[in-house]
Ligand binder design. Structure first.
Ligand SMILES: N[C@@H](CCC(=O)N[C@@H](CS)C(=O)NCC(=O)O)C(=O)O
Length: 218
């Protein structure tokens, strides 16, 4: 069975959990709080020299790091419930949309970035919050206008089924919600988020339904 190094707060792991669930692929979670468990992190570095979550253990010969690489692997390995549609034009648009979250937003608001701002740049909580919210809006505003520009009134970002775009959008919105970011200017994003959350695949991947979330709350 596949094994996923995951943490409930990890936006990148959240993407992979959604994709695994949509594809109906069983996996075992290995919960790892890389930011707050120095001993476990040291051991994990032997597997993944970047020390970041997620990583997917396929077998003793293959451990895949980087959520985009994992998502591509899953798409190729389990094509039956695709995250990308047939047409290459729409596939390109979906990938572009997804990269706004994956490539341009997440690295700026990642734990190690925020810790660097705190520990090395000596920014206080208020300054770090401004940074965090600023970069979220820099993602959500263009994402909203891309969807609005297509006269969007659907349940998903593109087309009539959840795609890679939704897989990458939902964890970013979930993070913003957790931090109380005002999302009122993004009706299309909120509509997609709400409808994705009615799907079991998204519910089972949500941070608050993970076993390590429950353990952390105890
Ligand atoms: N580009 C990587 C980013 C992975 C990443 O930054 N993961 C975060 C959790 S979402 C992490 O492990 N952070 C720990 C840290 O920043 O020290 C991916 O998409 O997998």
């Amino acid at each position: 069975m596949l094994q996923l190094y995951t943490h409930y707060r990890s936006v990148s792991a959240h993407r992979v959990r959604i994709a695994l669930n949509i594809k109906g692929v069983s996996y075992k979670s290995i919960f790892l709080d890389v930011g707050n468990a120095p001993a476990e992190r040291l051991t994990y570095l032997n597997l993944n020299p970047q020390g970041l979550i997620p990583a997917l253990v396929v077998d003793e010969n293959l451990l895949i790091t980087q959520s985009s690489a994992i998502l591509e692997y899953l798409e190729e390995r389990y094509p039956e419930r695709p995250l990308l549609p047939e047409g290459i034009e729409l596939r390109a648009r979906i990938r572009s949309f997804a990269q706004i979250a994956v490539a341009d937003t997440h690295p700026l608001n990642n734990l190690r970035t925020l810790r660097y701002l705190r520990d090395e740049m000596k920014l206080d909580y208020e300054q770090r919050s401004r940074w965090f919210v600023h970069w979220l809006h820099k993602a959500f505003a263009p994402m909203e206008s891309i969807l609005a520009g297509t006269d969007h009134d659907g349940a998903y970002c593109f087309g009539d089924r959840a795609s890679l775009a939704d897989v990458c959008l939902v964890p970013q919105v979930s993070l913003a919600e957790r931090y109380g970011v005002d999302l009122s200017s993004y009706p299309c994003l909120r509509r997609v988020y709400r409808s994705c959350l009615t799907m079991a695949a998204f519910q089972a991947a949500a941070p608050e339904t993970q076993a390590d979330h429950a353990a952390a709350a105890r």
